[in-house]
Design a protein around this ligand. Sequence first.
Ligand code: ATP
Ligand code: MG
Length: 174
Amino acid sequence: MQKGLVEVYTGDGKGKTTSAFGLVLRALGRGKKVIIFQFIKSSSFPSGEVIALRMAFPEVEIIQGGSGRFINTKPTEDDIALAKILYEKILSAVSSGRYDIVVVDEVFPAYNVGLITLKDILDLIEKKAENTELVLTGRGAPEEVIRLSHLVTEMKEIKHPFRDGIKARIGIEY
Ligand code: ATP
Ligand code: MG
């Protein structure tokens, strides 16, 4: 049995979510069992990578827990309740030993806006099954998570077209 590690893709530059999906693609090519969770994002507005994966690999579970509304100030009770339901599913998947890879996309923004706690994230790491690779993404990874992880990559923004007023493009940004 291959030992699973904890990976973090963080930072303010582009490429965290797409890296996680790139890793998923590689794993699926090797017959690995994968499950993907996404905080904040909603199933009503799937991004291109989710649509593609569903077409090519219908067996892959992709579970979104966001309401689809933008959380710009404090999350509502409903937002927190939705996040809690998603979190319980993640904890169950990551500790079950049934998956080679568990991706938790946008987990750090979920923490930073107050949808989940730091302890919630630390519990995922602590209760992770031995064989499972846990991939955590999103800007603003807390120090303690970085300390406990085996692989940490920071996407650093050097340039982004958004700054020149170029809006998000279909098939590139989403
Ligand atoms: P991607 O989904 O392209 O891999 P990401 O996961 O690193 O990007 P997020 O912080 O999750 O980026 O941002 C979500 C959205 O914002 C994506 O559509 C992404 O392309 C875009 N984005 C990423 N980095 C920046 C940036 N520095 N400035 C503006 N928009 C960005
Ligand atoms: Mg992202």
